[in-house]
Design a protein around this ligand. Structure first.
Ligand code: SAH
Ligand code: SF4
Length: 364
């Protein structure tokens, strides 16, 4: 049985080195080869002793998920569909902007939390991703963006992916241990060296896990609020029944004591006639006065059978203005890559159902 070294953070690799009779400091060299050079063949790891390279070739592999497809949208957004075995697919999206390149990473195949407006939630839960499958998304993106940049997707930044958001498929805090190990690698100077401000975990509000993240690895936090009162949030984000808004906001306050930014980002999907009225905006203001926060309004991205409609741009503008007038910094998320079904909430990761994607048509 070979060991996949992509599953290890610095500590895990050091332990692995000890296990095979090597000095633990070899882990740093290995991290750099694996994550910074993207090398998969131990023979090429030129500063390792020949004996160690031979030993590794027998005992270990460096194995990322397989790329099934690779699409570039008209706006430069790039989406990879990756196979993680047994017919399961996950999706990873790269969003190039003038001053940064953001990778949107998945944490689970499907999601158990069943938010009613989310296509991942509609699929149900299949399984947690391993560390190798989570960090493998960043590994693949860095590698393919360098070797096969396609059009317009490269920024000047050498590293190419400058920011990571855990906003792909799945609830990252429901796969806590593997996600945190992958975060450790993102932050590790011998691996990706990203600062905590440039790595964001998005959660639908798993309160105890938010506290654990604060203690273990306090990266930037985004919270999917989506509703200004418990009765509506219970319907849209069912986990609210377990952790209602008051508890969620208290957890946000606690998180801020360790967070790398001095605000929490609240995500709010704009659903026509459901949560987008001026009254809803006023209700939100009451809740959020006490929590330093910024709002990110996300125009709903439709998918077949969702039963929701996107709020009109007029409704979104009015909603934003009401929040702004109350002093809440509010942005409207630009919909990126929706021509390749890469926008928020459109990630379904179906390996079998590729036909409508290859057609490249907008999925409405
Ligand atoms: N599970 C985590 C992270 C993944 S979803 C979470 O819920 O926060 C990333 C963001 O996209 C969340 O804010 C989510 O609510 C939002 N989203 C889900 N479905 C969407 C859709 N159809 N249109 C727009 N945003 C959506
Ligand atoms: Fe899961 Fe997030 Fe989708 Fe809710 S919005 S079902 S938590 S992925």
């Amino acid at each position: 049985m070979t060991t996949n070294l992509l599953n290890y953070d610095a500590k895990g690799l050091a332990d692995f080195c000890t296990e095979i009779g090597e000095k633990p400091f070899r882990a740093k060299q290995l991290l750099r080869w694996i994550h910074q050079s993207g090398i998969t063949d131990f023979v090429d790891m030129s500063d390792l002793a020949k004996g160690l390279r031979e030993k590794l070739a027998v005992l270990a592999v460096i194995e990322s998920p397989q790329i099934i497809s690779d699409y570039v949208a008209a706006d430069g957004t790039r989406k990879w569909l990756l196979s993680v075995g047994a017919g399961n697919g996950i999706e990873t999206v790269f969003i190039p902007e003038a001053n940064r390149g953001t990778l949107c990473v998945s944490s689970q195949v499907g999601c158990a939390l069943a938010c009613t407006f989310c296509s991942t939630g509609k699929q149900g839960f299949n399984r947690n991703l391993t560390v190798a499958e989570i960090i493998g998304q960043l590994w693949i993106a860095n590698k393919t963006l360098k070797t096969d940049p396609k059009k317009d997707t490269l920024t000047d930044n050498d590293r190419v992916v400058s920011n990571v958001v855990m906003m792909g498929m799945g609830e990252p805090l429901a796969n806590f241990d593997n996600v945190v190990m992958a975060l450790d690698l993102m932050l590790d100077d011998h691996a990706y060296g990203l600062s905590r401000r440039r790595v964001t975990v998005s959660t639908s509000g798993l309160v105890p896990a938010m506290d654990r993240l604060r203690e273990r690895c306090p990266v930037a936090l985004a919270v999917s609020l989506h509703a200004p009162n418990d009765s509506l949030r219970d319907q849209l984000v069912p986990i609210n029944k377990k952790y209602p808004i008051k508890e969620l906001l208290a957890a946000c306050q606690r998180y801020l004591t360790a967070a790398p930014r001095d605000f929490i980002t609240f995500e709010y999907v704009m659903l026509d006639g459901v949560n987008d009225s001026v009254e809803h905006a006023h209700e939100l203001i009451n809740w959020c006065k006490i929590t330093p926060c910024k709002f990110n309004l996300i125009p709903f991205n439709s998918f077949p059978g969702s039963g929701f409609k996107r709020s009109s741009s007029e409704a979104v503008r009015i909603f934003r203005d009401v929040l702004m007038q109350a002093g809440l910094v509010t942005t409207v998320r630009k919909t990126r890559g929706d021509d390749i079904a890469a926008a928020c909430g459109q990630l379904a990761g179906q390996v079998k159902d590729k036909t409508r994607r290859t057609a490249g048509g907008k999925v409405e």
